[in-house]
Design a protein. Structure first.
Length: 263
């Protein structure tokens, strides 16, 4: 399908020093070595995306962070557009009284945006180091512009759990999807009922950025509303080295859902 080559993508950021960068995923960069991060998916990318064939495909990487999924997709022959939020004010948090995100929201967003620059620099540093040709768009996940074009494959890795309104995000994603949507997230795969449960608890303010776990039944219904069938659903543990920001390394079971547009 067609990526719009005339869309106004973000220009590259100049990064003078790798110490200015944050890498969400562990990556091996030429002439640098290993960098990052909270998640190490090296050697497991194909499993992570449900063994989708990306050769010659147009791919939208939703929530790219420092671009690991983008660059791995490129290695497999995909033409990729990376996407991430343009401002941390796009992100909503659970209302923990006593937490700065509740008591002084604007100050908290200002702090987050200062740190978010390092995420962006991590992407552009890796982009240059790897010789990437991917384009970058910063915007609003709830309102992805159709002027981006349409994509054979849209990948959203560990994004839905962080959204206050994941259903609206799926609707937005579907508008730029031509064939497959691949969601990787925490999912209740044992329940065919249509429900979501709150993941975080009142006694754990460190989880203020983790919202819902959907049942597979709910995903199935929402995808059906959008004109998709779930064609694959696979779960596997992945190691997270910074679960919640201040929590020990642990294995997190993630589920890869592949949904395909109905013909």
């Amino acid at each position: 399908m067609q990526i719009n080559p005339h869309f106004q993508y973000a220009g590259p950021m100049h990064v003078a020093d790798i110490r200015e960068c944050y890498f969400y995923h562990v990556m091996d960069l030429p002439h640098v070595g290993t960098v990052g991060g909270a998640w190490d998916l090296r050697g497991r990318f194909d499993e992570y995306i449900g063994h989708a064939d990306l050769a010659g495909k147009s791919v939208l990487d939703v929530g790219t962070a420092a671009g690991f999924l983008t660059f791995e997709a490129e290695k497999r022959g995909a033409r990729v557009v990376s996407f991430d939020m343009d401002d941390k004010r796009r992100q909503h948090f659970l209302p923990y009284k006593g937490h700065i995100c509740y008591e002084d929201k604007e100050k908290y967003y200002d702090q987050l945006n200062e740190g978010y620059v390092a995420w962006k620099k991590g992407y552009w540093f890796a982009h240059r180091a790897l010789g990437s040709r991917a384009s970058m768009y910063y915007g609003d996940i709830y309102n992805l512009p159709t002027l981006l074009g349409t994509f054979d494959v849209v990948i959203a890795g560990c994004i839905m759990m962080h959204l206050a309104n994941p259903i609206q995000a799926l609707e937005s994603i579907s508008r730029v999807s031509a064939d497959k949507i691949i969601i990787i997230d925490t999912v209740d795969t044992n329940n065919q009922d249509t429900f979501a449960h709150l993941e975080s608890r009142a006694n754990d303010p460190g989880g203020h950025f983790i919202w819902f776990v959907f049942s597979i039944g709910l995903y199935r219904e929402i995808f059906a509303m959008l004109g998709y069938d779930i064609v694959s659903c696979r779960s596997s543990p992945y190691t997270c080295n910074d679960y919640g920001g201040d929590r020990p390394t642990r294995d997190v079971v993630l589920t890869t859902i592949t949904a395909r547009r109905k013909i």
